[in-house]
Design a protein around this ligand. Structure first.
Ligand SMILES: Cc1cc2nc3c(=O)[nH]c(=O)nc-3n(C[C@H](O)[C@H](O)[C@H](O)COP(=O)(O)O)c2cc1C
Length: 185
């Protein structure tokens, strides 16, 4: 199995999550490419269809993916649309899987600040026929905003994602590879 992890991270939380996922995927035997996206064009050369598993990670910004991530997804979607790969009924393309992971602080409404971002990003892939194999939410400290990291709905989230969070991600990634292999055997 080959996989690519594309992530955007400003204050490091999503990057930590990306590395933990990479570790787990590799432990389960996958070949993994990891790419950091800063601007939309940094990753425009990536062909999603070249991978058994695409993992895309970003923080929630105003309950959406940050704008470089949104631009990247829109540009790729237009590109695939122009080549006829966006079809009515979105027929499943066997063996093409996507994992969306999102770090968030949830200071106001908790996880509901991340779900719209994840569901939105997932649609770009599901419209291409990918199977969404995971929607993972990772709590991350709101660096630079103490009140948001201590008095929000999620309580004191300073230091998150912590070692325990990262270990869980690693284990979940191992499990994910096993499940994908099993479902496609
Ligand atoms: C400009 C900005 C907007 C944010 N908006 C939200 C938000 O709407 N909801 C939320 O739960 N977290 C929000 N956060 C917190 C981040 O999603 C969270 O800290 C994330 O883990 C940061 O990821 P990173 O360290 O990879 O950049 C925001 C952070 C910043 C800097």
């Amino acid at each position: 199995m080959n996989a690519i992890i594309v992530y955007w991270s400003k204050t490091g939380n999503t990057e930590k999550a990306a590395y933990a996922i990479q570790e787990g995927l590799e432990e389960a035997g996958a070949d993994v490419v990891i790419r950091q996206l800063k601007k939309a064009k940094d990753a425009e050369d990536i062909d999603f269809f070249a991978y058994d598993l695409v993992c895309i990670g970003f923080p929630s910004y105003g309950w959406r993916p940050p704008s470089p991530v949104e631009k990247f997804l829109l540009n790729k979607f237009r590109e695939y649309g122009d080549t006829g790969l966006v079809e009515v009924g979105a027929p499943r393309v066997p063996g093409r899987n996507v994992l969306i992971f999102c770090t968030y602080s949830g200071p106001h409404t908790g996880i509901r600040e991340a779900t719209p971002a994840v569901l939105y990003a997932g649609q770009f892939f599901e419209h291409l026929g990918f199977t969404i194999v995971g929607e993972w939410y990772v709590i991350g400290e709101f660096h630079g905003w103490d009140e948001g990291s201590t008095r929000g709905r999620l309580g004191d989230i300073r230091g998150r994602p912590n070692n325990e969070d990262l270990e869980k991600l690693r284990q979940d990634a191992v499990q994910l590879v096993k499940e994908i292999k099993k479902s496609e055997a």
